[in-house]
Design a protein around this ligand. Structure first.
Ligand SMILES: NC(=O)c1ccc[n+]([C@@H]2O[C@H](COP(=O)([O-])OP(=O)(O)OC[C@H]3O[C@@H](n4cnc5c(N)ncnc54)[C@H](OP(=O)(O)O)[C@@H]3O)[C@@H](O)[C@H]2O)c1
Length: 305
């Protein structure tokens, strides 16, 4: 496993993080096994959101942590807030109330990181600043980030914040590459040139903002995994060949492809299967060559201009 210092907390966190969005399907025993397996593989970063399982995922995880011998300081816990039923809400009151709910469900006195889950079109920077200041002063949140924001939204928000935005959690997999495509196709008439993020990856790289990739195995918007999918046969052939070369499973190659991008990258995996967690952890142990990275990108159906 590889580690890096995360934001203001200066805690060394693993480049593979375990997303807990699908944890509500598990029994307490299974939760214990998932948490234990992740830590045994060197994964010390756990991603939550107040909405996952309607709050059930945070509760299950918190209870699992309390049943275990694991010390709070040995795990990095991140959660997200601001998605409400029919709206996104960055108001001071809503952020403060949400974090209290998150902390009580997780059964912890602080979050290592809080992300604003989806951009609120009605965002007022001073409200966010007031909420973050209070949460930080009270020791409830150690660092702050965003999710699904483009470069300009981050710049706008940052202009009103005294805290650095340390992470942007974005959808990215070999089968979902609009963030990469717009850079490769810049100023051409090809579809890939359509700017959907305004140079967000380059911005994160410039500012040292951690890119946390969500749904790293999914095609489309939660349309299933591309591994073994006949629609992605060429991609799967290359994944299988490289998996053999590096003595790992194809999923590890798919994660290694994300880690190869030269921004500060962190892959947020969503599997709840201990075997798959073990396989994912191996992605941090090898580095794809430039040729292999581009070969996978092309095998996923992308053309270079
Ligand atoms: N910020 C946002 O807006 C946002 C949105 C969505 C998700 N997220 C975060 O991102 C995390 C990951 O998202 P995700 O769950 O969609 O990601 P994912 O890792 O792409 O998908 C996980 C799913 O793929 C299945 N899968 C099938 N074969 C697999 C294999 N060989 N290895 C691993 N998994 C395999 C898993 O099943 P098994 O469990 O059986 O392995 C699981 O159902 C979430 O937990 C959440 O923390 C953030």
């Amino acid at each position: 496993m590889k580690y890096f210092d995360f934001g203001c907390t200066k805690k060394a966190v693993s480049v593979i993080g375990l997303g807990c969005m699908r944890m509500d399907d598990l029994s307490p025993n299974q939760v214990d096994k998932v948490i234990r397996t992740a830590l045994d593989c060197g994964i010390n970063f756990f991603d939550h959101a107040d909405i996952y399982g309607g709050g059930e995922c945070e509760k299950l995880f918190g209870a699992g942590l309390r049943r275990s011998e694991i010390k709070r300081e040995d795990v990095f816990i991140q959660s997200k807030c601001c998605i409400r039923d029919g709206l996104y809400d960055f108001s001071r009151e809503y952020i403060l109330k949400s974090v209290d709910g998150v902390l009580s469900r997780l059964g912890t006195d602080h979050l290592d990181s809080l992300l604003l889950h989806r951009p609120d079109a009605l965002m007022e920077m001073d409200e966010v600043q007031e909420a973050f200041s209070k949460l930080n002063a009270e020791g409830k949140v150690l660092s702050f980030g965003v999710s699904n924001m483009n470069r300009f939204q981050m710049e706008l928000l940052q202009s009103g914040l005294s805290f650095p935005i340390v992470a942007d959690q974005l959808q990215m997999s070999i089968a979902h590459t609009p963030l990469i495509d717009e850079g490769i196709n810049v100023n051409t008439m090809f579809n890939g040139a359509v700017t959907r993020s305004s140079g967000t990856l380059e911005y994160c790289r410039l500012k040292g903002i951690v890119v946390q990739t969500w749904s790293p195995l999914q095609k489309g918007f939660f349309e299933g995994v591309f591994l073994g999918d006949p629609e992605y046969s060429e991609l799967n052939q290359v994944l299988d060949r490289l998996a053999d070369k590096y003595s790992v499973k194809p999923d590890a190659v798919a994660y290694a492809w994300l880690l190869r991008y030269p921004a500060p990258m962190q892959v947020i995996i969503g599997t709840m299967n201990p075997k798959h967690i073990e396989s994912a952890a191996k992605a941090a142990d090898f580095t794809l060559s430039r040729e292999e990275w581009y070969e996978l990108y092309r095998a996923a159906g992308n053309e270079l201009p």
